[in-house]
Design a protein around this ligand. Structure first.
Ligand code: CAA
Length: 292
């Protein structure tokens, strides 16, 4: 079945996820307009993209010419006006309902009527975000996984009002990015985090109860289940605050105590031990000079 032509992509937010999403579209010949609230954030996002593309060139997975082409496809700006004629805009800012809703209201006002709006949220209801716009039929979840340039999955989440046309268009586009899209419904945590976060939470309970050391728990899951990272390493990689947030969404959304966050996780977040991004989580990521 014919789907809409998508050529120009907007990405709002230039952090780890936003820059990864912009990169993947640019590598597949889409014109990308990436926005953020400050130029220094955009510069950092572009540096991340350059670094990732360089890694692919070093590994001979990409030619230097293709890297340069991809970089040329990305323009950046601190205003949303540049996004008005985009065919699809992917929102990838921090996980906050109010902030996302405000941004989506602005995008709804600025973008042409045909633009599809998508959110990369990992936990907020797509139906609720769609309600901030006047185009819920053209609103959808496009949940990319970190690191976006490497991970195969895009979880495509249908909100209550998402149209078949929007869903088909986004599923086909994800395939054009050489990703594997999986369509799911809008329930708390969708599928990915509904299953991943209880596993991570259970690993933290096991650590708290002294069932095993952090290394033992991670090794059991890496070597016993062939997971690329153990659950505690993965929690550090995702961010302990993000994990806690998602567990609270699951707990509240289902009203089931089985999703209660482990007290150790809550204490670590309270202490600012957020994982890789803060330098310490279950493991210590600080350089030898930075260590106490
Ligand atoms: N750009 C380009 N290349 C990258 C890259 C990036 N950002 N990150 C990693 N790579 C490449 C490396 O260069 C390397 O390439 P080769 O195989 O050619 O050598 C390859 O990926 C593997 O990387 P590393 O050797 O550095 O390390 P690794 O083997 O441990 O792999 C990993 C790293 C791909 C991150 C792997 O550990 C992994 O898959 N971990 C699990 C990640 C995961 O579960 N992500 C989902 C998190 S949940 C989420 O995102 C959603 C949410 O809502 C919370």
């Amino acid at each position: 079945m014919q789907t809409r032509k998508i050529e120009t992509i907007g990405v709002t937010g230039s952090g780890t996820m936003g820059s990864g999403i912009a990169q993947v579209f640019a590598q597949h010949r889409y014109c990308v307009r990436m926005t953020d609230v400050r130029q220094d954030l955009l510069d950092r996002g572009l540096d991340t993209i350059r670094g990732s593309l360089d890694r692919f060139v070093q590994k001979a997975k990409l030619t230097a010419a293709d890297r340069d082409d991809a970089l040329k496809k990305i323009s950046v700006s601190t205003g949303l006006g540049e996004l008005q004629d985009c065919d699809l805009v992917v929102e990838a800012i921090f996980e906050d309902l109010e902030a996302k809703s405000a941004l989506l209201r602005s995008l709804d006002r600025i973008c042409k009527p045909e633009t599809i709006l998508a959110s990369n949220t990992s936990s907020i209801s797509i139906t609720r975000l769609a309600a901030a716009t006047g185009r819920p039929a053209q609103f959808i979840g496009m949940h990319f996984m970190n690191p976006v340039p490497i991970m195969q999955l895009v979880e495509v989440i249908r909100g209550q009002e998402t149209s078949d046309d929007t869903c088909r268009t986004v599923m086909n586009m994800a395939r054009e990015l050489d990703k594997t899209p999986v369509e799911v419904l809008d329930y708390p945590g969708f599928v990915s985090n509904r299953i991943l976060m209880p596993m991570i939470n259970e690993a933290i309970f096991a650590l708290m109860e002294g069932v095993g050391s952090r290394e033992s728990i991670d090794t059991v899951m890496r070597l016993g289940m062939n997971h690329p990272m153990g659950p505690l390493t993965l929690a550090d990689f995702i961010g302990l605050d993000v994990c806690l947030n998602i567990l609270r969404v699951l707990q509240e959304g289902f009203g089931d105590p089985k999703y209660r966050p482990c007290p150790l996780l809550i204490r670590m977040v309270d202490a600012g031990l957020l994982g890789k991004k803060s330098g310490r989580g279950f493991y210590d990521y600080r350089t030898p000079e930075g260590k106490c």
